[in-house]
Write a protein that binds this ligand. Sequence first.
Ligand SMILES: Nc1ncnc2c1ncn2[C@@H]1O[C@H](COP(=O)(O)OP(=O)(O)OP(=O)(O)O)[C@@H](O)[C@H]1O
Ligand SMILES: [Mg+2]
Length: 239
Amino acid sequence: MDSYGKKNGNIPLIRLENIGMIYKIGDISYEVLKGINMTIEKGEFVSIMGASGSGKSTLMNILGCLDKPTSGSYFLEDRDVSGLTSDELAEIRNKKIGFVFQGFNLIQRLSIIENVMLPLYYSGLHSRDSEEMAVEALKLVDLSEKGNKFPNQISGGEQQRVAIARAIVNNAPIIMADEPTGNLDSVRGADVMNFFGKINAERGATIILVTHDRHIAGYGRRLVTVKDGMIISSETINI
Ligand SMILES: Nc1ncnc2c1ncn2[C@@H]1O[C@H](COP(=O)(O)OP(=O)(O)OP(=O)(O)O)[C@@H](O)[C@H]1O
Ligand SMILES: [Mg+2]
């Protein structure tokens, strides 16, 4: 009973088997992912590092059901999602995955609370409870007071916290973040990372983070290193 994933014969949240990704441009093929094997247990906080161009975002796009691999299998909660249609993948994304991007990606003409409520519209969960859920999510990132402001009226760090609130509003069990601190200074970056830690600890959300910054990666509990489209190490982060 060394790891809780094995305790009850639990299935991992995510299992990648020999995932390959080849991009074709004209006659030339680029093999960007080369046989990725990986499991992620529910509740983990995994940081992914690797040089620019090593395939981190490509891997994240596959994990996030935004893209389909050229080869291999992806099991999400033991369901093989590698062969699903785009519509089926969109449905999984809406229910299971919250995204946080480097550029915040808030909609400027919507208020903060409306931005946070957006995923509830998309997933058909919209109801009288929506506003309450958005208020709750904003509270978690300490932005209760900013709901009626607009994105251009708050700081970059606050905008990224709104993006986190938006990612968690429908209780998505998985949060994926690709360079979420890339546009922030180190103080704002640390602030944002503390909120990822909080949603991992308090909501049990599984977090998968891509970063260039070793210090930022240290907020996770496991560090996966990607090189030339392959995973070259996976190690527990000791605090
Ligand atoms: N849609 C695409 N078509 C063709 N090649 C692509 C495509 N997307 C990515 N690539 C190539 O795949 C390789 C890996 O790209 P990827 O974006 O996954 O790298 P990354 O590790 O996220 O890099 P960075 O740290 O700079 O964000 C790169 O060589 C890139 O040029
Ligand atoms: Mg990238």
